[in-house]
Ligand binder design. Structure first.
Ligand SMILES: Cc1cc2nc3c(=O)[nH]c(=O)nc-3n(C[C@H](O)[C@H](O)[C@H](O)COP(=O)(O)OP(=O)(O)OC[C@H]3O[C@@H](n4cnc5c(N)ncnc54)[C@H](O)[C@@H]3O)c2cc1C
Length: 362
């Protein structure tokens, strides 16, 4: 049941013009157990780590995810291997055992699921958090589940750990909406004996290009810069560069895709325009956090990199009682925070939660 409103002066809830419309109230299901100390939005590695730390601090915690547990990792390429050694992906002090130097996606899914089970985390999967209203100490969180039913929860504190993998950086060119243009690469088999363009030159693009070529696709890379990106992992970079040098993968550097048509891709190169015969396009142009959602919570973003304004010591945002965690803390610089370092955000936040909730504030 909702707590009774306190007598203390109410702080105004910050809102922006982007605040989404609340969902239709008629359908709302206020759950009898809908009160929690801490509500974590996002069951990625960071959200889980935050939940574990808050639970360890003696707080009642609920995690809500619009997909499954570690939903982003579930949608990563099927055959992927992490860049990171397993101990750097560990959360909650649970060892990540694998026979390999670098774990696979499948192993990571097993690991994070086991951790969630071990800590008996309360996770509501397939519920999309649509709005957060109220104020520090008495937030109301409204979600929409798979059956379009609306649920209300009440929380004293909110942790936002919504990641960045849901929203691709679009090229904003004609034809980008064709079904053959994809922003997520899964596996190579369907592209055997087809003409595939891979846009971009970072890790995801290099890995997709190599895997597609090794499984019989004719691959062309279209890259804005003058080479493969310097941050591409040291064991991938020579591989992709040698394939390009040998002419096994074609690459156009300092080039841009101008248009995608059902049969072709039109590109601009230093030598002028070219039209490439084409069946599929993988636009590996990166992803970004859901800035509109953050703004709808009243969180301010920095002008350049859209970093949420927050206290670096506690990760509490400019909205009292709302914390940010994981890759969203870096705004558009998504290559600054990974699982490796984001997994420690839970400890910073839990320490602050303990201080504030134990002292009786909000
Ligand atoms: C191909 C690839 C390989 C990578 N390899 C590595 C690696 O080797 N090592 C490493 O450290 N990092 C790696 N990363 C980066 C790493 O996976 C991310 O930095 C990490 O997942 C971020 O964790 P997070 O918990 O902040 O966000 P996420 O893992 O993205 O979790 C966010 C969660 O929030 C949910 N969500 C979003 N919005 C809502 C909403 N409104 N309501 C409810 N739920 C919501 C999503 O469904 C998702 O489950 C890799 C990334 C990619 C793409």
């Amino acid at each position: 049941m909702p707590r009774k409103a306190s007598n203390k002066a109410r702080k105004p809830v910050l809102k922006t013009s982007k605040t989404p419309e609340p969902v239709a109230r008629k359908q709302a299901h206020a759950r009898p157990d809908g009160w929690t100390d801490v509500l974590v939005i996002g069951a990625g590695p960071t959200g889980l780590a935050c939940a574990i730390e808050a639970q360890r601090a003696g707080l009642k915690v609920l995690v809500i995810d619009k997909g499954c547990v570690v939903n982003s990792l579930f949608h990563y390429p099927a055959n992927m291997t992490f860049f990171t050694t397993p101990e750097l992906l560990e959360i909650g002090g649970i060892p990540f055992n694998t026979a390999n130097m670098k774990p696979t996606r499948q192993e990571a899914l097993e690991y994070y699921r086991n951790v969630a089970q071990h800590y008996e985390l309360k996770i509501h999967q397939y519920e999309w958090v649509k709005t957060v209203t109220g104020e520090d100490g008495e937030f109301r969180v409204t979600t929409l589940d798979r059956k379009e039913a609306v649920h209300d929860y009440y929380a004293r504190k909110i942790i936002v750990a919504t990641g960045y993998y849901d929203l691709p950086n679009y090229m904003n060119i004609p034809g980008e909406d064709l079904r053959k243009v994809m922003h997520y690469y899964n596996e190579p088999h369907p592209y055997y004996d087809t003409d595939v363009v891979v846009v971009g030159a970072k890790n995801s693009a290099a890995i997709a290009a190599l895997e597609l070529w090794r499984h019989g696709a004719r691959v062309t890379m279209v890259v804005r810069e003058d080479g493969i990106h310097r941050h591409v992992k040291y064991w991938i970079k020579p591989d992709i560069e040698n394939r390009i040098k040998n002419g096994e993968i074609q690459a156009f550097f300092r080039s841009r895709v101008l248009e995608v048509t059902p049969e072709a891709v039109r590109i601009n190169t230093p030598q002028g325009e070219r039209v490439l015969k084409n069946d599929f396009v993988f636009a590996m142009t990166g992803y970004h956090p859901d800035y509109d959602f953050l703004c709808s919570l009243g969180i301010e973003l920095s002008p350049e990199q859209c970093r949420p304004v927050c206290d670096p010591e506690t990760l509490e945002s400019n909205v009292a009682g709302i914390y940010v965690a994981g890759v969203i803390v870096a705004g558009s610089s998504t290559n600054e925070i990974f699982i490796e370092n984001g997994r420690f955000h839970g400890q910073l936040i839990a320490a602050d939660l303990s201080r504030k909730l134990a002292s009786g504030a909000a």
